[in-house]
Design a protein around this ligand. Structure first.
Ligand SMILES: *Cc1c(COP(=O)(O)O)cnc(C)c1O
Length: 421
């Protein structure tokens, strides 16, 4: 019998067991505005999940929604593969004039497919082609996506286990602070690179997140990132920064590596790059690395024009000056001081405040505590997810700017997850 009622039956009956977020929030969402989601019964939820970082400008930001309505309401092209289109030109012009040039960044743009994993696959493939080397160095607790190449440089054992084939040609190194500062930075990595007996093939590239969003909100220090860039330069290894989650202003500046003053050879962007939550991804490559033959890396969804339209509008609206970046840093500092207050209340053995900018997390003793906090938050109308290898970090990843509300008031009034509940 067809399932036609308005319950959740059709999801649980028809969708694969692989579905995950709907298990945490078993209501049917229908509308969303700014920082809030609404379920079918009209209940309001404050959204600290923020599409895992895909909604940095808020849900249905009115400015971007208008751009989208104008675009699709006038027979403009929706799909074009990589043909020249007006929308693609406007995006590239906005990206070049407002993002790249003011930062003195010289990159060619690859449209690799619609998701973050597509951007990572393109980066890994190109690094291997350019250098003729096969191995990649990644970091403990990294997350780079769920396709096989991206999974091979991802840490999480549950996710890796799903590959079904050996995940090879990647060597994990300790991320910043992996050993609680017991060893100098790159103690192990540098030794392996310089010892011809180490067994480490010279890698094509190192891939790194400046803040590990899925891996537990671990924020690398700027000096660690500078040290990594210097090590890569010294050994002629390409540096890939996966800015899929931390880019587009999540930590403050448009790129999360700006604060460290490093210039990666390759950058992956996705999640919030379309501004509207539509799928879109970019792989930025140093011009001299652009050794691809026409069509050598290809795919159907590399020209989703409505995403270009809203992406260009978001750049023009929010990145002409540093007001958004500064407000993100300010709000992030406010969250940090709240988190620090919780840490002093409950003790540093119980809670650890983590993150940078508006990518913040609270590490609890274990996954079940973090789950209990998120469940209690949901009961109060607040969506938060967990991250970290055991899911022990409560993650607060919320949009940077809403044109209609200020984001700090809701934070102070509506959240006070009790770590013991
Ligand atoms: C989400 C994410 C990805 C993967 O993006 P998808 O769109 O889910 O394929 C890659 N890297 C980082 C850092 C991410 O947060």
């Amino acid at each position: 019998m067809p399932i036609t009622d308005s319950s959740t039956d059709v999801f649980t009956a028809l969708e694969s067991e692989v579905r995950s977020y709907s298990r945490s929030w078993p209501v049917v969402f229908d509308r969303a505005v700014g920082s809030h989601l609404y379920d079918e019964a009209g209940n309001e939820y404050l959204d600290f999940f923020s599409g895992a970082g895909a909604l940095n400008y808020g849900h249905n930001n009115p400015l971007l929604t208008q751009v989208l309505l104008d675009y699709i309401g006038s027979d403009r092209i929706i799909h074009s593969l990589d043909m020249f289109t007006t929308a693609r030109r406007e995006f590239l012009q906005a990206f070049d004039s407002t993002i790249l040039r003011p930062r003195d960044l010289d990159y060619r743009v690859v449209f690799p497919g619609p998701g973050g994993a597509n951007a990572v696959e393109a980066a890994l493939k190109l690094a291997r082609k350019v250098t003729g080397r096969e191995s990649i160095v990644n970091f403990t607790n990294a997350f780079h996506g769920m396709t096989l190449g991206a999974l091979s440089v991802t840490g999480n054992s549950l996710k890796r286990g799903g590959a079904g084939i050996p995940l090879v040609h990647a060597t994990p190194m300790p991320y910043d602070d992996y050993f609680d500062r017991d060893y100098p930075d790159f103690f192990y990595f540098e030794r392996l690179l310089t010892d011809s007996g180490s067994g480490l093939n010279t890698p094509a590239a190192v891939i790194v997140e400046t803040v590990q969003g899925e891996g537990g909100m671990n924020a690398a220090r700027a000096e660690w990132l500078r040290g990594l860039a210097a090590l890569c330069a010294e050994h002629e290894i390409l540096l890939i920064v996966d800015d899929v989650q931390m880019g587009c202003g999540r930590t403050g500046g448009f790129f999360s590596f700006e604060e460290a003053g490093i210039t990666p050879d390759i950058v992956c962007l996705s999640k919030s790059i379309s501004g509207s939550g539509l799928p879109m991804a970019l792989t930025l490559i140093r011009p001299d690395l652009d050794v691809w033959e026409p069509g050598e890396h290809n795919g159907t969804f590399r020209g989703i024009a409505p995403a270009f339209a809203t992406g260009a509008a978001a750049i023009r609206e929010y990145w002409q000056d540093d007001a958004l970046a500064q407000s993100t840093v300010r709000k992030g500092a406010r969250v940090e001081s709240r988190f620090n207050a919780l840490v002093s209340r409950h003790g540093a053995e119980t809670l650890v405040a983590k993150g940078r900018g508006l990518a913040r997390g609270l590490q609890t003793p274990d996954g079940s505590t973090a789950d209990a906090i998120c469940r209690a938050a949901f009961a109060e109308g607040l969506l938060m997810e967990t991250s970290g290898p055991e899911g022990q970090v409560v993650k607060r990843c919320r949009r940077s700017r809403s044109p209609t509300t200020t984001s700090t008031t809701a934070w102070t009034s509506s959240t006070r997850p009790s770590p013991t509940s």
